[in-house]
Design a protein around this ligand. Structure first.
Ligand SMILES: C[S@@+](CC[C@H](N)C(=O)[O-])C[C@H]1O[C@@H](n2cnc3c(N)ncnc32)[C@H](O)[C@@H]1O
Length: 254
């Protein structure tokens, strides 16, 4: 992946795709305005989601068409089921969005076993609409608004599976660090936390304040710092998705 923050790359890209320049400039102006009017990353990104979700909740979570929204949810679901998610598991989805994959997890899991958290009230309202559309009210999922990733209101040792798709790709390292520092407390014995991230092999960077690129080793080292073992999920790379995936869990004790 090229370094998207590099001015040379940006200039070359603009010359190759002149039609995309006006939209990028609009995004840049909007981002600057939101950045200047908010106090921290979470409130800034909440404002980004408010602005994006007002136009289209499906586009706000990254899908340009309904078909792509369905396909991206299906891909997350199939992968997680192939990699250990069982109907009896208790699951926490960080940054659940408008339940692109979440509605499939809710359908699959036992009643009351799905918890979704997000920083955006607007996308959580859209998540409720997805639930209604899919007729999943009886599955009693929990959807909660959060301000941080300390999981302080959730019980210890509870979740078999924690999942964050396309969340750390929008998060500075402090937010990732916070999640890794606290996820161990809420994981059930043998539980795991899967997350995707935008991977770079070069220097870590971000584009606007929206897209963050990390080296795999940085994230594995952060996990180690918090007593978790991390594993790069090689077979995720075969799927048609630009991000990479890591699974972390508590080390086995003998
Ligand atoms: C690209 S969307 C992906 C949503 C969902 N995971 C999916 O795959 O459809 C990113 C979501 O993460 C949420 N988000 C971003 N930063 C967050 C944070 N620090 N804590 C919780 N949610 C966050 C956003 O509000 C948004 O709903």
């Amino acid at each position: 992946m090229p370094n998207r923050a590099n001015p040379l790359h940006q200039a070359k890209y603009a010359l190759q795709h002149p039609g995309r320049v006006p939209a990028h400039l609009r995004r840049l102006t909007r981002d600057l305005r939101l950045r200047l009017s908010t106090r921290d990353h979470v409130s800034y990104y909440r404002a980004v989601m408010r602005s994006d979700a007002a136009r289209s909740p499906e586009a706000a979570v990254g899908s340009k068409t309904h078909e792509r929204w369905l396909a991206l949810g299906q891909m997350q679901f199939d992968y997680l089921v192939d990699h250990g998610l069982k109907a009896g598991d208790r699951m926490l989805e960080i940054g659940c969005g408008n339940l692109r994959a979440g509605w499939r997890f809710i359908d699959h899991l036992d009643t009351g076993h799905y918890h979704g958290i997000d920083i955006s009230p607007d996308i959580l309202l859209a998540a409720q609409q997805t639930l209604v559309r899919q007729g999943l009210q009886d599955k009693l999922p929990n959807l909660a608004l959060v301000d941080d990733l300390t999981f302080a209101f959730l019980p210890a040792g509870h979740f078999d599976v924690v999942h964050a798709h396309s969340v750390f790709s929008h998060s500075p390292v402090e937010v990732v660090d916070e999640a890794l520092a606290h996820v161990g407390r809420i994981l059930a014995p043998g539980g795991f936390f899967d997350f995707t991230f935008d991977r770079t092999e070069g220097s870590e960077h971000h584009v606007l304040w929206e897209d963050y690129y990390f080296r795999t080793e940085t994230l594995l080292e952060l996990a180690r710092k918090h007593g978790l073992e991390g594993r790069f999920m090689d077979d995720w790379e075969q799927l048609p998705h630009k991000q990479s995936k890591i699974r972390v869990r508590q080390p086995l004790t003998h």
